[in-house]
Design a protein around this ligand. Structure first.
Ligand SMILES: NC(=O)c1ccc[n+]([C@@H]2O[C@H](COP(=O)([O-])OP(=O)(O)OC[C@H]3O[C@@H](n4cnc5c(N)ncnc54)[C@H](O)[C@@H]3O)[C@@H](O)[C@H]2O)c1
Ligand SMILES: [Zn+2]
Ligand SMILES: [Zn+2]
Length: 361
C-alpha cells in the first residue's frame, strides 16, 4: 500500500522550502523503497530551489543519502529489504554505447524509479537527481541503491552519495591525480574539500586550496591542503603559479561552477595540465577564452559528472577507507539537523558557515 510520509518540497522558484506530506507508492518492477536515515544538504538542492536546474516544480529535494531498504519490487536482485545502502544518482543501464564499451561510469542512459511520488492532491513530484531523500522514505530504482558495510555511520556514509564522491572522484578519477602531482582546488565547500582529500589519497605532493572564505581554507588545511589562497585578497592565478615554481599546477579542480573561477582554473594550470570542472554552472553562464590559449596551453579540459564514479566500485572502497581511519568522512559533517531545518541550512550554506549540514532521521 502507498505510504504517506513527510518530505521537504520546493514549490516555486526562490521560495522557501517546506515540509509537506508526500505519497510514496509501493515499489514496482526494478524499484525499491528506502527508509532514509541521513541526507546531506548539497548546493545542488539550492540550485533546484532557485530554478537553476530546470522548471519542473514541485521538487522533492535531497539526494545525498544513506538508509535501509524497506521493500523491493519484482525482479530486484541487487538489494534486499534490510540492506544498508548509499543512494546514487547514476544507476547505470548496462546497455548503452558507453556501458557496452566498458565505460559504465559514463553511462548515457542512467535511470530512476518509473513511478512518481506525489503530493496528497496527486501532483507529481520531481525528486532531486531522481532521489528525493529529504523524506522519511523515498522510491528509487533498485540500481540507485549501493550496498555498503552497515557499521558505517549513516550521516557520513550518505555524503558519498553526492558531494564527497564528486570531489574525491574529480581528483582520483577525472583528474587522474598521481603521486607527486601539484593540485589546486578552487572553491572549498563540501565538494572542493573532498577534492583536497582525494588529491591527498592519490599522493599529490602539493595541494593548494583556493576560496574566498578563510573558514573553508582552515578546514582545507585540516584535510590535507599544503597551501591556502584567499582569492579575495590575492590573485589566485599568480598565487598558484608562485607556489609551483612559476608554472601552474598539474591539475586544477574547479568546484564552484562559475565562469570567473573556471577562467582562473584554466590559467592556474601548468602547460599540458588538466582542468577539471566539477562545479555546476547555471544555463545563463558563458565563457570567453582565446582559442589560441586553449590550443597553446595543451593538456585536457574535462568535466566531472559525479566524480566519474562507479558507485558499485567506489562506494564500498571508500567506506572501507573510512572504516580504517584513512578517510575522514566525519570531518565533512559540520552539524546534524532535523528535516524542518533544511531552509535554515540553505542560509548557513549561503553564508559559508558549514561544509555539510546533514538531516538525520
Ligand atoms: N559534478 C558533480 O557531479 C557535482 C556533484 C555535487 C555538487 N556539484 C557542484 O559543486 C559545486 C560546489 O558544491 P558544494 O556543495 O561544495 O557547495 P558549497 O556552497 O558548499 O561550496 C562552494 C564553495 O565555493 C566558494 N566560492 C564561492 N565563490 C567563489 C569564488 N569566486 N572563488 C573561490 N571560491 C568561491 C565558497 O566560499 C564555498 O566554500 C556546486 O556547483 C554544486 O552544484 C557538482
Ligand atoms: Zn549505460
Ligand atoms: Zn549533490
Amino acid at each position: 500500500m502507498a505510504q504517506q510520509v513527510q518530505g521537504v518540497v520546493a514549490r516555486a522558484k526562490g521560495e522557501p522550502v517546506a515540509i509537506e506530506t508526500i505519497v510514496v507508492p509501493d515499489p514496482g518492477p526494478g524499484e525499491a523503497v528506502v527508509r532514509v536515515q541521513a541526507c546531506g544538504v548539497c548546493h545542488t538542492d539550492l540550485h533546484y530551489r532557485e530554478g537553476g536546474i530546470n522548471d519542473d516544480f514541485p521538487f522533492l529535494l535531497g539526494h545525498e543519502a544513506a538508509g535501509v531498504v524497506e521493500s523491493v519490487g519484482d525482479g530486484v536482485t541487487e538489494v534486499a529489504p534490510g540492506d544498508f545502502v548509499i543512494l546514487n544518482w547514476r544507476a547505470v543501464c548496462g546497455q548503452c554505447r558507453a556501458c557496452l564499451r566498458g565505460r559504465p561510469q559514463y553511462c548515457f542512459d542512467t535511470h530512476n524509479a518509473k513511478q512518481k511520488m506525489t503530493l496528497l492532491d496527486g501532483t507529481e513530484l520531481s525528486p532531486a537527481l531522481g532521489i528525493g531523500a529529504f523524506a522519511e522514505k523515498t522510491l528509487v530504482a533498485a540500481g540507485q541503491c549501493t550496498k555498503v558495510d552497515p557499521a558505517a555511520s549513516p550521516a557520513a556514509a550518505g555524503l558519498l552519495g553526492c558531494g564527497v564522491m564528486a570531489g574525491i572522484g574529480a581528483a582520483i578519477n577525472t583528474g587522474n591525480v598521481g603521486r607527486g602531482d601539484s593540485v589546486a582546488v578552487i572553491g572549498c565547500g563540501g565538494v572542493g574539500n573532498a577534492a583536497v582529500v582525494g588529491a591527498r589519497l592519490a599522493g599529490a605532493a602539493k595541494i593548494i586550496a583556493v576560496d574566498i572564505d578563510d573558514k573553508k581554507l582552515e578546514t582545507a588545511k585540516g584535510l590535507g591542503a599544503t597551501h591556502t589562497v584567499n582569492s579575495r585578497s590575492a590573485d589566485p592565478i599568480e598565487a598558484v603559479r608562485e607556489l609551483t615554481g612559476g608554472h601552474g599546477a598539474d591539475v586544477v579542480i574547479e568546484a564552484v561552477g562559475r565562469p570567473e573561477t573556471y577562467e582562473q582554473a584554466f590559467y592556474a594550470r601548468d602547460l599540458a595540465g588538466t582542468v577539471v570542472l566539477v562545479g555546476v554552472p547555471t544555463p545563463d553562464m558563458r565563457i570567453d577564452l582565446p582559442l589560441l590559449d586553449v590550443f597553446g596551453r595543451g593538456g585536457a579540459l574535462k568535466s566531472s559528472w559525479y566524480g566519474d564514479c562507479l558507485p558499485s566500485r567506489d562506494f564500498p572502497m571508500l567506506i572501507d577507507l573510512y572504516q580504517q581511519g584513512r578517510l575522514d568522512l566525519d570531518a565533512f559533517v559540520t552539524e546534524t539537523i532535523a528535516l524542518a531545518d533544511v531552509e535554515k541550512a540553505f542560509e548557513r550554506m549561503h553564508h559559508g558557515d558549514v561544509l555539510r549540514s546533514v538531516v538525520v532521521f
